[in-house]
Design a protein around this ligand. Structure first.
Ligand code: PYC
Length: 403
């Protein structure tokens, strides 16, 4: 592995006066957009601008779950394209992203929940996604340590089983994409905070940062957490509210759980990493905030819900707890594409609690939109003007536990 004098796999640069594309946010979405612009369309005069370090934001704070078992045909097609790109990414980046397709189970504890899972299974199957309903016997075989008895408050009735789903190492994804961008001459500028835009008529002329001002033909907002704030600087209003989402990790245990388990009724999801730690996540905090601190009530909720599924873990210690900021949209679907108000301002925002798993597809198809000026069909349903047109993509039922 080659490291540069800054101790990283990518170089540091002075800011140039102008670029073809300036991308605000060097998380997994910004990096993926730059990567595909460079690799597929030969656009490499790109500046990625980030106020923190790589992986500081949502890209390093998610629970690294990949899946494509969504609810709407638009969502299923799009997330499945992302999953397929992830499947080839280790080889493409020549960097082991440790993608484990261990399978993903969404538990149903009530008749209503199981009915919802059945609708998802049918939509998934019609679109060629491997996803089906299984009963307690099969669940117990796949996850021998889960409590499938009638003892818990919410006994498990069935699950939506999605074999290609799984977990990947999220910081490896960020580093692999960053190294590939650097090799193409794309510039990564960390500690570079965007403080405003110079807008003239229908065009963003330049991006103002704490390190100076840069002009760009196209400006992309690929931030998570601060997406609406960045849009506001360009005079664009986004229907987004931001909530913290918390997770925690336990001390390492011998491998015993080889699947991702999600329960929307219990508001919890659990998986075991290659290091043996359990990663346990919660639903979004019920209030809007930019706080990235963990809280005791949420830790208690995560622990008690995880124990309903795995009561034998009652003695396990939690090592760390953290929060990331999720930009929630009214229909729980992302906002991708050119903003109506400005001719050269593209967004890749509103990723709620499901952004990490979408990054390669969002980056790939937004890159195509930027390079060709035409919106690919696969991202057209997520266009920023859909709220004005009242063409929402109701994805709430498949948004794991973000409600
Ligand atoms: O949508 O799969 C998901 C998810 C897991 C954790 C947060 N969101």
């Amino acid at each position: 592995m080659q490291l540069f004098s800054n101790g990283q796999m990518w170089r540091s640069h002075e800011l140039k006066p102008s670029y073809d594309v300036a991308i605000v946010g060097a998380g997994v979405h910004g990096l993926a957009t730059a990567y595909y612009l460079g690799r597929l369309f030969g656009i490499r005069k790109i500046a990625l601008l980030d106020k923190g370090y790589l992986g500081y934001g949502a890209s390093g704070r998610n629970t690294a779950i990949l899946r494509s078992n969504y609810r709407t045909p638009e969502g299923v097609r799009f997330y499945n394209a992302a999953l397929k790109l992830y499947e080839g990414l280790s080889a493409e980046l020549e960097w082991n992203l440790m993608f484990s397709q261990c399978g993903h189970l969404t538990l149903g504890h009530t008749d209503t929940a199981v009915a919802g899972l059945r609708v998802r299974a049918e939509t998934n199957q019609l679109l060629g996604v491997d996803s089906r309903i299984i009963g307690p016997d099969e669940i117990q075989k796949l996850v021998p340590h889960i409590d499938c008895s009638s003892a818990p408050r919410y006994p498990i009735m069935a699950a939506l089983y999605h074999p290609p789903g799984g977990i990947i190492r999220h910081d490896a994804v960020v580093w692999g994409l960053a190294r590939a961008c650097d090799r193409m001459g794309i510039e990564i500028h960390t500690r570079t905070e965007v403080t405003g835009f110079r807008v003239s008529g229908r065009k963003v002329e330049s991006v103002i940062t704490n390190r100076g001002e840069v002009a760009a033909d196209t400006v992309v907002n690929a931030t998570a957490g601060w997406a609406s704030t960045i849009c506001k600087m360009a005079g664009v209003s986004m229907p987004i509210v931001s909530h913290p989402l918390q997770a925690c990790v336990t001390e390492p245990l011998k491998p015993f759980l080889n699947a991702v388990i999600v329960s929307a009724s219990l508001h919890v999801y659990v998986n075991q990493t290659g290091r043996g730690e359990l990663v346990i996540g919660s639903e979004i905090d019920p209030y809007q905030s930019y706080s990235m601190k963990g809280t005791l009530p949420t830790l208690e909720q995560m622990a008690s819900s995880a124990l309903e599924l795995f009561p034998q873990l009652h003695h396990i210690r939690v090592l760390r707890q953290w929060a990331g900021i999720c930009d929630m949209t009214p229909d729980f679907a992302p906002i991708i594409g050119r903003c109506e108000e400005l001719d050269n301002f593209q967004v890749d925002v509103g990723w709620g609690t499901y952004g990490f798993k979408a990054a390669p597809a969002a980056g790939r198809y937004l890159a195509e939109a930027i390079a060709t000026g035409k919106t690919p069909d696969i991202i057209a349903p997520f266009a920023p003007d859909r709220f004005r047109r009242r063409q929402l993509v109701g994805e709430k039922a498949a948004a794991a536990v973000s409600h």
